[in-house]
Write a protein that binds this ligand. Structure first.
Ligand SMILES: C[S@@+](CC[C@H](N)C(=O)[O-])C[C@H]1O[C@@H](n2cnc3c(N)ncnc32)[C@H](O)[C@@H]1O
Length: 275
């Protein structure tokens, strides 16, 4: 393989486009430390796809262990080929598992997450409840689960958002080209809150990866998740969102616990469910 040719592998571009791995892990680790007064060691990445978070968790400390769960063998094979061989110091402490996240996993962990709205793949209440019960059964005492959600008047409609991304690197060291990440919400049905969305990638040289990822989601609301979490046995439920710098008109990178969220704009929230 010519290692100088930028790759337009869809998984590599996805990671550059939407994942902020170290920032997410800092947030998760802080939540656990604050709650328990000690560091989290065992981590589970549900809906892991290419296991970016799980691997980074294991890389942070030789005492850390991670399990990454996904139903689809294809991204797991990608992680086995393009990620784990390049981190031999951490790879033995990362377990990739092909399974449904609704099956409880042992041994239990300190911190689990379902990020980038992955749990919205479940359209039925019973499916979300089954996931929450399994996720809780796979947590140690003191453990927590973080799930994200988005919404707001600006976000819950057909829309196209384009974001320019700079050149980057894949986990195995290939360059990724500069590209535009396109989030395309094609249809939102108010009747059942079903959202059909696509991710497209547009490269500067004119190449396009149309519909690189397709999502058929239900847009769950925060009170629905809060109620389901209580029903599944979680003790506490908190909502965090990133601060907004009004002067610079951009997010601050700092997470704040919320008791209310203005629905006028679009918002993204991290829900923390304590075992
Ligand atoms: C949007 S990707 C998540 C990627 C990454 N974890 C992130 O945070 O950006 C969603 C993943 O969930 C997986 N998935 C969907 N239903 C699942 C289920 N019931 N159990 C396990 N994985 C599932 C899909 O195969 C897909 O790889």
């Amino acid at each position: 393989m010519n290692r100088l040719v930028p790759t337009c592998d869809r998984h590599a571009l996805y990671e550059v486009a939407v994942q902020s791995v170290q920032w997410e892990l800092d947030f998760l680790a802080r939540l656990y430390q604050r709650r328990n007064g000690r560091e989290a060691r065992r981590f589970r990445e549900d809906f892991c796809s290419t296991a970016a978070l799980a691997t980074a968790w294991a890389l942070r400390d030789p005492k850390n262990h991670a399990v990454a769960v996904d139903l689809d063998p294809e991204p797991l094979a990608w992680a086995r080929r393009h990620r784990l061989p390049f981190v031999p110091e951490a790879a033995p402490r990362v377990r990739l598992v092909r399974a449904d996240v609704r099956r409880p996993r042992q041994p239990p962990v300190d911190v689990a997450c379902a990020l980038n709205f992955s749990w919205w793949v479940f359209h039925q209440r019973a499916q979300v409840l089954a996931y929450l019960k399994a996720a809780r059964a796979g947590l140690r005492p003191g453990g927590l689960l973080v799930m994200d959600a988005f919404g707001g008047a600006d976000a819950e409609k057909a829309l196209i958002e384009r974001t320019r991304k700079a050149r980057g690197r894949t986990p195995d060291g290939l360059p990724t080209p500069a590209f535009t990440y396109v989030w395309d919400q094609a249809r939102v049905n108010a009747l059942d809150r079903r959202l059909l969305a696509y991710i497209h990638f547009e490269l500067r040289d004119g190449r396009k990866l149309q519909r690189a990822f397709v999502y058929d989601w239900r847009m769950w609301t925060l009170p629905e998740l809060r109620e389901l979490a209580a029903e599944a046995g979680f003790r506490d439920f908190e909502i965090y969102s990133e601060g907004w710098d009004t002067k610079r008109r951009r997010q601050t990178g700092k997470m704040h616990k919320r008791v209310s969220l203005d629905n006028a704009d679009g918002w993204t929230a991290s829900c923390v469910l304590y075992r």
